[in-house]
Design a protein around this ligand. Structure first.
Ligand SMILES: [Zn+2]
Length: 90
């Protein structure tokens, strides 16, 4: 299924130009338990609804950004630049 995704720098482009890097996750604290670390590394919420995701405009400007997308319809509700100091999912 194809849809348009709006890069914050380039504007609306076909989703084929982007790389998807999954839902935004919350990093565990500095001394995580094994359970917290396992959840962070291996498990995702995989919601049927609106979720915040990492995207990269790989075939365009190369920038990373966040998008709020309804996973049921692929409707993109908002495109957001990441917080300063966190400019990729890694
Ligand atoms: Zn772009």
């Amino acid at each position: 299924m194809s849809f348009l995704l709006s890069c914050p720098f380039c504007g609306p482009r076909p989703v084929d130009e982007y790389a998807y890097f999954g839902e935004v996750t919350k990093r565990p604290g500095p001394s995580p338990t094994l359970r917290e670390l396992t959840d962070y590394v291996y498990f995702r919420d995989n919601v049927a609804g609106v979720q915040r995701e990492w995207w990269q405009h790989r075939s365009g400007c190369g920038e990373w950004f966040l998008a709020e997308r309804d996973t049921r319809t692929n409707e993109v509700l908002e495109v957001i630049l990441p917080e300063p100091g966190r400019n990729s999912p890694a």
